[in-house]
Design a protein around this ligand. Structure first.
Ligand SMILES: [Zn+2]
Length: 307
């Protein structure tokens, strides 16, 4: 049987929120089979649990925000991406403020934290959402078009295309494909950092956003070039970060997808619309598990080593 996964032990991180600039402590704890991933605002007078789901996403401006009963957690996508990358099904995320710490702006710090705590196999079948009919969401026409879609695929692969007219971005790839079955998430995707432009940062700060952002947790560009002294971590780091985000946004559905995701200029809002469009079409998906590991798509029996 392909088993569910949680952590072996708890682990902690301290950082600041990208937008709030607020100091925040995160405690990642093991959870029982079939718990799913549950954020818990432990700083509130009465702690509030916020289980992940497509409909828990209530705000997608700049980052993905989930909420429940008036309590919120902003910027969950990089941590969710790391959880997807390591195949974690069950986890408690205790958090002391309303935004996940940005750490280094990628998912690599979360991957490191989760791997350091160790991954435990649980005695329950791991369940997937298998897409069996295409689902697409689309907005705008011609140059302004944006779309995202899911097609049936025995495995999970993603392709993403951006269209940023900026010299630093034009000089790198604007399209990337990644197959989850390759087992290369931690190496090829997780280290891609979020990015921003100095001209936007000033406007965002004036609006109380990006207060925790800087050169140590984002790629920052002026009108012509990257300002980070060490340059880029991947030659196509920009579009790879968009795939990292999409992996995190899509994992908010609560189970790993078996599908081919493709997107053109999509973002947090459209990724969530795609999940909602999928769930609105019960004929377009089914929940499956794998009694024998050999039935699982290649690379899925071991998304990350468990020990
Ligand atoms: Zn991001």
């Amino acid at each position: 049987m392909l088993q569910q996964r949680t952590l072996k032990s708890l682990t902690r991180a301290v950082g600041v929120g990208l937008h709030s600039g607020q100091r925040v402590e995160l405690t990642l704890r093991p959870a029982q089979p079939d718990t799913g991933i549950v954020f818990r605002r432990v700083d509130l007078p009465q702690p509030v649990d916020i289980p992940i789901s497509a409909t828990a996403v209530t705000d997608t401006r700049l980052a993905s925000t989930i909420s429940h009963g008036g309590a919120k957690v902003h910027t969950v996508e990089h941590l969710m991406s790391a959880c997807a990358g390591l195949g974690l099904d069950n986890l408690y995320v205790d958090i002391t403020a309303e935004e996940v710490p940005i750490l280094d702006g990628s998912a690599a710090s979360f991957v490191y934290l989760l791997q350091s705590a160790g991954i435990a196999l649980q005695n329950a079948p791991k369940r997937f959402i298998r897409v069996i009919k295409p689902v697409e969401v689309r907005e705008g026409e011609g140059k302004n078009a944006k779309w995202a879609r899911l097609d049936p695929y025995h495995g999970y692969k993603l392709s993403f295309e951006i269209e940023f007219d900026h010299p630093a971005v034009n000089a790198t790839g604007q399209r990337v494909e990644f197959d989850f079955g390759s087992g290369q998430y931690a190496r090829e995707i997780a280290r891609a950092r979020t990015f921003g432009f100095t001209r936007d940062v000033e406007m965002m700060r004036a609006n109380g956003l990006a207060l925790g952002g800087g050169l140590d947790n984002a790629i920052v560009m002026d009108d012509v070039k990257v300002l980070n002294a060490d340059g880029l971590r991947y030659s196509d780091e920009f579009v790879k970060h968009k795939i990292l985000d999409a992996i995190g946004d899509l994992y908010l559905v609560g189970k790993p997808l078996l599908a081919a995701y493709s997107a053109y200029r999509s973002g947090h809002a459209m990724n969530n619309q795609l999940l909602r469009a999928l769930l609105a079409r019960p004929d377009a998906y089914e929940i499956v598990d794998f009694e024998h590991r050999s039935q699982a798509p290649q690379g899925f029996a071991e998304p990350a080593p468990a020990w």
